[in-house]
Design a protein around this ligand. Structure first.
Ligand code: APR
Ligand code: PHB
Length: 417
């Protein structure tokens, strides 16, 4: 990629200027970030720390973005990165470190995927909603530029030296000229769709079930626990000492209206071994929703001057809680590459971004797929599948080598340098 950090068109000041052309409100920045979810906000924050200006363009309102409830388990690498970029204070106060995650298999004694014992590293329970709040707060503190409520966002000329982004807001047309577009607009965004079909390769697995999840203001269990049961998978998780998150596997097409709280709690408890079920504190749900499960990867993650990061490029099923961690690792590689490009004219990392990010993506895809297959009941599952899964779990319990291998993948492989 041509180095144009010093091009006359690039602004020296961090805040781009505005000029009206009559046709559209125009401004310029180095990196136009599409999407103000965790990937886009973190990228913009880290670019700012590296002295590279950006504008974030988000389709929704901030209130809407913050109303989404997503997974809440962080790899140690994610925890370290958030601390390094000044976003660790609230996480360290309110998050809960864990030695690993427990698997409760039928009525057997709980088994810990012991990341601490096998890797010396711990996980952290801290919700994605809280991270997004922290990112918005940091954004507002530094007076970063974020466009909320942008409609009809389109990417233009991304294979040229002068890409630009257009959108409308409150009926007014806008145009952002930039050097690079970062596509951080999630699975349903516009960025991935801007890559021609003959360039983009996609790989997908849809699972024949979803997760029905609730949030309740009740004290959670001490551990994060995956329950494998013949009635289906269940999960006990947590957000704070008085906020619990629980899920049960449900068939595709499940209607929330058929799941009043009493039915949910009864089904959840039926899937945990009795000693654990007896400790689950029930109460009214404050949120209830169903999420489908899907594995998806788009390759390459770069097209000209467009770089994809986070859910825009890949989706993992929530088993393993890798989605946010992957978004963070993409952002780490991308900001490092962009800062080297703009500040040192060094394109080495930009040119290897897609390959490096995808290697890590496929590691998480494999783990999430494997855990999903091991822990869920598939509609077409027969006795053979059940015995193979049983044997896989028996092997895990008996083999310190298998335990160490799983712990290493679960905690997340180190970011490549
Ligand atoms: N233009 C602008 N913004 C858009 C557009 C668009 N056309 N389409 C979508 N967006 C916004 C969405 O409203 C959302 O706020 O992009 C943002 C994408 O955020 P996420 O979907 O949260 O994706 P990402 O930032 O990559 O975060 C990944 O989210 O889904 C979880 O498991 C995943 O935890 C991981 C994290
Ligand atoms: C969650 O807390 O929402 C959660 C935890 C672990 C997972 C998925 C989701 O694997």
């Amino acid at each position: 990629m041509a180095q144009n950090g010093s091009s006359p068109a690039s602004p020296a000041a961090p805040r781009p200027s505005r000029r009206h052309t009559g046709a559209a409100v125009r401004r310029r920045t180095r990196v136009a970030v599409i999407g103000g979810g965790p990937a886009g906000l973190l990228l913009s924050h880290m670019l700012h720390l590296g002295g590279v200006d950006s504008i974030v363009v988000e389709r929704q309102t901030k209130a809407h973005v913050l109303s989404r409830i997503r997974a809440g388990v962080l790899e140690e690498g994610t925890v370290r990165l958030l601390r390094d970029v000044g976003l660790g204070d609230r996480m360290d106060r309110e998050g809960k470190p864990h030695d690993g995650t427990v698997i409760a298999w039928q009525d057997r004694a709980p088994f810990l995927i012991d990341t601490h014992k096998h890797t010396g590293r711990k996980m952290m329970a801290y919700g994605q909603t809280a991270i997004t709040q922290d990112l918005y707060a940091a954004y507002e503190r530094r007076g970063g530029e974020l466009v909320e409520g942008a409609a009809d966002v389109r990417l233009h000329d991304v294979t040229s030296d002068s890409p630009f982004v257009t959108f409308t807001r409150d009926g007014i047309a806008h145009r952002i000229d930039c050097d690079v577009v970062a596509g951080c607009d999630g699975f349903h965004g516009v960025s991935r769709q801007s890559i021609p079909a003959d360039v983009l390769r996609t790989f997908e697995r849809a699972y024949p079930f979803g997760w029905l999840g609730i949030m309740s203001e009740t004290p959670p269990l001490d551990d994060i626990i995956y329950a494998q049961h013949e009635r289906g998978f269940a999960l006990a998780s947590q957000r704070s000492p008085m906020l619990s998150r629980y899920y049960v596997q449900c068939p595709i097409g499940t209607d929330l209206a058929d799941w009043p709280d009493d039915r949910f709690w009864a089904e959840l408890k039926a899937r945990f071994p009795k000693p654990l079920a007896d400790r689950i504190a029930t109460g009214p749900s404050i949120e209830k929703s169903i999420a489908p499960l899907r594995s998806f990867v788009a390759e390459p993650m770069r097209y000209g001057r467009l770089f994809l990061a986070g859910d825009a490029a890949h989706i993992v099923p929530p088993t393993g809680a890798k989605g946010l961690n992957l978004a963070v690792s993409d952002v780490f590689y991308l900001q490092r590459a962009l800062v080297a490009h703009f500040k040192a004219g060094d394109d080495r990392w930009l040119d290897s971004y897609s390959e490096t990010a995808l290697r890590r993506v496929w590691g998480a895809e494999r783990l999430s797929w494997w855990l999903t297959r091991l822990l869920h009941v598939f509609p077409e599952q027969d006795g053979f599948d059940t015995r193979v899964n049983q044997n896989e779990f028996d092997h895990l319990c008996a083999s310190p080598t298998a335990q160490a291998a799983l712990a290493e993948q679960y905690i997340g492989l180190p970011l490549e340098t």
